[in-house]
Design a protein around this ligand. Structure first.
Ligand code: NAP
Length: 244
């Protein structure tokens, strides 16, 4: 399905990003997996992907750093020859109620979650525009759609991703490039470890369970494939009904 395609996935060392890498590799894509600091996990993930007969390389790249994103995208093009799919998945939380949220908590989350997406798209934009093809998938959140107490910084970053996604989609649609967002609810990863036993939270989800990273990965695969060639500027919730 994605044979011959090259995918770049930020935050591919763990959680949703790692599951996305696996799903794309299973579909035949070569994968450039970006991570911030978990070198061992990233290398192990890349090695695992090679089981599927694809090329996979891990790159240390803090997405909030413009120079690192430029250098990494250049290295990926040098190593793989092209880029067809960009999945902006890297993200962090610094949850606190507004009154105790420090400026640094706000800036850190906005810089990684939103500016990181800007940096990565800025780097692949000329490549995609030139080749008149490309798929950009940005991982937002239901927090960006309906807000969440204690997540002023995070929900602002994830709502920002939605506006950015629609603007990029409008800029690039005439060249056949798709830019969409995925808005997960509660998915079982390191990020949500503290919520897994929270019964009132699970009770608020119509499907009464958290989602699995593999479920989000399946949706990302659809948005990365030619089956979604006429979908752009869309935000698709994957949340067990939480934000409907
Ligand atoms: P996770 O398990 O905490 O993994 C985060 C990933 O992002 C790791 O690979 C991490 O790399 C990478 N990362 C963190 N800071 C980075 C930076 N500055 N530069 C580059 N990479 C960085 O998170 P997750 O739950 O899989 O979440 C993935 C995405 O889905 C995030 O954008 C998150 O906001 C979004 N999301 C998650 C949920 C959920 O319930 N889990 C719900 C909605 C949306 P290292 O391993 O090197 O630290």
């Amino acid at each position: 399905m994605l044979n011959g395609k090259v995918a770049v996935v930020t935050g591919g060392s763990r959680g949703i990003g790692r599951a996305v890498c696996t799903r794309l590799a299973q579909a035949g894509a070569d994968v450039a997996l970006l991570y911030a600091s978990s070198a061992e996990k990233a290398e192990a993930a890349a090695q695992e992907l090679r089981i599927y007969g694809v090329r996979a390389v891990a790159y240390a790249c803090r997405v909030e750093d413009q120079q690192e994103t430029a250098d990494t995208v250049a290295a990926v093009v040098k190593d793989f020859g092209r880029i067809d799919i960009l999945v902006n998945n890297a993200g962090i939380t610094r949850d606190k109620l507004m009154l105790s949220m420090k400026e640094a908590d706000f800036d850190d989350v906005l810089n990684v979650n939103l500016k990181g997406v800007y940096h990565m798209i800025r780097q692949v934009y000329p490549l995609f525009a030139r080749q008149k093809s490309g798929k950009i998938i940005n991982i937002s959140s239901v927090s960006g759609l309906i807000g969440n107490a204690g997540q002023v910084n995070y929900s602002a970053s994830k709502a920002g991703i939605i506006g950015l996604t629609k603007s990029v989609a409008r800029e690039l649609a005439s060249r056949g490039i798709c830019c969409n967002a995925v808005a997960p609810g509660f998915i079982q990863t390191d990020m949500t470890e503290k919520f897994t036993e929270n019964e009132s939270l699970l009770g608020s989800i119509p499907m009464k369970r958290m989602g699995r990273p593999e479920e989000v990965a399946g949706l990302v695969l659809f948005l990365a494939s030619e089956q979604s060639d006429y979908i752009t500027g869309e935000v698709i919730r994957i949340d067990g009904g939480l934000a409907m």
